[in-house]
Design a protein around this ligand. Structure first.
Ligand SMILES: *Cc1c(COP(=O)(O)O)cnc(C)c1O
Length: 481
C-alpha cells in the first residue's frame, strides 16, 4: 500500500475497503439498468479515514486567498467576509427548494426582489434579472436581448457586434455563440477605443449591419474608457445598442453608474465584485441589468410583487430562460449580505480602495516593470515582464510562486506583449502591497544578475517548471495507472 503524500486515490485503493456504511434501505431495491451499469469502471476502494486524509492533503496544496496574496488580474481574487457564508447557510435559505412554490418561498423571493432593486440602483439601470450563472452567460443573455430587440423591430440585417481589442476574451466568444459575427475595433495610443475606427465601422451600408458594441469598462488594460458617452451616442445614432461588460464593478461601485452613460445592457459578476469567491469552478452569477430600451427583454422569471405578495414574473418581451429557476440562489444571498453590510458608503469605499491599491502598486512596480499605458489606472494595471535579456513574463510569474505569491494574469490582454496583469483588489492591506513591491523588485534584480534562478522556478512546489507546450499539445487528461 502506498501512503506517500503524493499518492493518487487509485494507488492507495485496495479491494474491499469501504468509505460508506449506508443504513438499511426501507424501500425495495432495483437493479441498475443495464445501459447505465459500467462493469469496466474501476472505482477506487478506500476507507473513510484515508479519504479524509487524501482530500485534506489535496486541499492544503491549493493556493487560496485565505492563505496568500492572489493578484490575478481581471479575476478580482479578493477576500470575502465569512459572514456571507453564514447567511448563505441559514437553514431557511439553504433548505428551501424552488418547487415548494411561491406561497412557501416568500422570504427567498423577497431577497431576490430586494437584490434586484439594489443592483439596479448600483448600476443605474431600470431592471435586473438574476438568472445567468456566470459572466459569460450574462454576456450571452445580453447579446440575445440585443438581437431580440432588433428582430422585434423587423430589422433582420443587424448581425455584427463591434468589440474593442481591449475587451475580455469572453465577449467575442459570446457573440459567436449567439450566432453573430464580430468586428474588432483597435485601441488608440491612450489605450481607449480608436474613435475614427469606430466611426468607420458605423458608417454607410456596413453600419446598418451593426447590432451593437460590447465594451468592457474599465477595459482589460485597467483603464477607464473616457469616451464611453460619445461611443454610446455614436452607436445609438447608427441604430445599434451598447452592451457593457461590468465584470469589473469593484472599480466603480458608488462612484460611477454605467447605466447613466448610455449602456443598454450589462452583466455584473456577483462572483467577483459581490462577494462570492471567484474561481474553483463553484457556482457564480452573471446577472444582467438593462435600461429602458431592453428591460422588457430580460431573461426570466424575475421576482415581482403584487398585492403585497412576492411572485415570479416574466418580463413582457423576455428572451426566456437562461437557466433553471431563478439563478444560483446561494450566490444571491451572499451578494445581498455583502451589499447590506457595506451600505452605500461602504460600496463607494470598495471602489476607492480598489483603485487606490492598484495605483499604489502601479507607480512602484513600474520602476522595474514598464507599464504600456502609464496613466492612472482603475482596479488593475498591465505591466510587462521582459525586463532583461532572455527573461520572459512566464519566468517572473513562476518565480513569484517561490515567494508565496500567486502570479498575476499573464499574456493577457493580447494587445500588450509579455503582459503581467495585476489586480491587488480593495481588501489587501498596505503591508501586503509593500511586500509585493519588495518581492517584484527582488525578482527584477534576480532577472538581471541571476537569470537561471528565474528559468528554473518554481522550486518550492511539489511539481516544478512544466513543459507548457507539451501540456497544451498533448495533455494527459485521465489517470493511467
Ligand atoms: C471574469 C470576466 C468575464 C467572464 O466572467 P465568467 O464568470 O468567468 O464567465 C467577462 N468579462 C470580464 C471583464 C471579466 O473580468
Amino acid at each position: 500500500m502506498n501512503l506517500k503524500p503524493e499518492a493518487l486515490v487509485f494507488e492507495i485503493s485496495a479491494p474491499g475497503r469501504l468509505a460508506v456504511s449506508l443504513p438499511k434501505g426501507d424501500t425495495p431495491s432495483y437493479p441498475v439498468p443495464a445501459n447505465l451499469a459500467r462493469a469496466e469502471l474501476r472505482l477506487p476502494e478506500l476507507d473513510e479515514l484515508t479519504v479524509v486524509r487524501h482530500f485534506t492533503r489535496l486541499s492544503q496544496k491549493n493556493f487560496s486567498i485565505d492563505t496568500d496574496f492572489y493578484p490575478l488580474g481581471s479575476c478580482t481574487m479578493k477576500y470575502n467576509p465569512k459572514v456571507n457564508e453564514v447567511t448563505a447557510g441559514l437553514a431557511g435559505f439553504r433548505n428551501t427548494h424552488p418547487l415548494v412554490g411561491e406561497e412557501f418561498s416568500q422570504g427567498a423571493l423577497e431577497l431576490v426582489y430586494r437584490l434586484q432593486a439594489m443592483l439596479a440602483e448600483i448600476g443605474g439601470f431600470k431592471a435586473v434579472s438574476l438568472q445567468p450563472a456566470a459572466g459569460a452567460h450574462g454576456e450571452l443573455a445580453g447579446v440575445f436581448m440585443i438581437r431580440a430587440w432588433h428582430l422585434s423591430r423587423g430589422d433582420t440585417k443587424r448581425t455584427r457586434i463591434l468589440i474593442p481589442d481591449s475587451a475580455h476574451g469572453t465577449n467575442p466568444a459570446s457573440c459567436t455563440m449567439a450566432g453573430l459575427e464580430t468586428l474588432t475595433i483597435p485601441s488608440n495610443a491612450e489605450g481607449g477605443v480608436d474613435m475614427d475606427a469606430l466611426k468607420a465601422a458605423l458608417a454607410g451600408e456596413a453600419g446598418k449591419e451593426v447590432a451593437g458594441i460590447m465594451i468592457t469598462n474599465p477595459n482589460t488594460l485597467g483603464l477607464f474608457e473616457r469616451n464611453i458617452e460619445e461611443i454610446a451616442r455614436l452607436v445609438h445614432e447608427a441604430g445599434g445598442l451598447v452592451y457593457g461588460d461590468g465584470a469589473n464593478m469593484n472599480a466603480l461601485t458608488g462612484v460611477f453608474k454605467p447605466g447613466l452613460s448610455g449602456i443598454d445592457v450589462m452583466h455584473f459578476n456577483l462572483h467577483k465584485t459581490f462577494s462570492t469567491p471567484h474561481g474553483g469552478g463553484g457556482p457564480g452569477s452573471g446577472m444582467v441589468a438593462a435600461g429602458d430600451t431592453l428591460a422588457a427583454f430580460l431573461p426570466g422569471p424575475v421576482a415581482g410583487m403584487k398585492g403585497g405578495k412576492y411572485r415570479l414574473e416574466l418580463p413582457a418581451k423576455t428572451i426566456g430562460r437562461m437557466k433553471s429557476f431563478y439563478g444560483n440562489f446561494g450566490v444571491l444571498v451572499r451578494a445581498y449580505t455583502y451589499i447590506r453590510m457595506l451600505g452605500p458608503e461602504g460600496l463607494r469605499r470598495v471602489a476607492e480602495n480598489a483603485v487606490l491599491n492598484a495605483n499604489y502598486l502601479r507607480v512602484q512596480v513600474e520602476k522595474d516593470f514598464p507599464v504600456k499605458y502609464p496613466r492612472a489606472c482603475m482596479h488593475e494595471f498591465v505591466a510587462m515582464g521582459d525586463i532583461a535579456e532572455g527573461i520572459h513574463t512566464l519566468d517572473i510569474a513562476k518565480r513569484l510562486i517561490d515567494y508565496g505569491i500567486h502570479p498575476p494574469t499573464i499574456y493577457f490582454p493580447l494587445i500588450v506583449s509579455e503582459a503581467l496583469m495585476v489586480e491587488p483588489t480593495e481588501t489587501e492591506s498596505k503591508a501586503v502591497l509593500d511586500e509585493f513591491v519588495r518581492v517584484m523588485h527582488e525578482i527584477a534584480e534576480e532577472a538581471k544578475h541571476n537569470p537561471e534562478l528565474l528559468h528554473s522556478a518554481p522550486t518550492t512546489t511539489p511539481i516544478g517548471r512544466l513543459d507548457e507546450v507539451a501540456a497544451a499539445r498533448s495533455p494527459v487528461l485521465c489517470y493511467r495507472g
